[in-house]
Unconditional design. Sequence first.
Length: 163
Amino acid sequence: MSDSGNKMFPQPYFNDNIIHYLNDINVLIKKLFHSFYTPYGLTFVQVPVLMALRRNGKMRVSDLGESLEIGSSNITPLCKRLEKSNLVTRTRSDEDQRVVFVEITDYALDILDKIEEDFNARMPDSVRLNNNESVAIENGLEQLHLYLVNLYNKTLDDRIRFN
């Protein structure tokens, strides 16, 4: 007896449906969250930086940029702007002055908490997810993430081998 649930079906790597849904999700996320962070003077690019710092704690600027796929020529000025707004602190390493660490401030943590509270307060009960739905979406996103990472790594390997 074969397990048809694990059977591999041929799939195009470039799937119109996946691209369509990812684009729509990206647009909807930007539209949905825009009204929550703009009252605090934050941009769509700054929020993930602050969330990464909240999640990871103090980080080297280069590691922060790498984790968010933001190049060094963009992450450095972004962190400087966040510092001017008292949202992060930047400090140089005692061991190597070329290394700069960035850390989220209590002020920024308070703002993120307020955004989250505002979001939860304004979310209608009719669209709230139950625990099973939430877990299913999170698991699906994790699977999609792993699929895309593997696909990227595979195509990168092919480009290196064949170019």
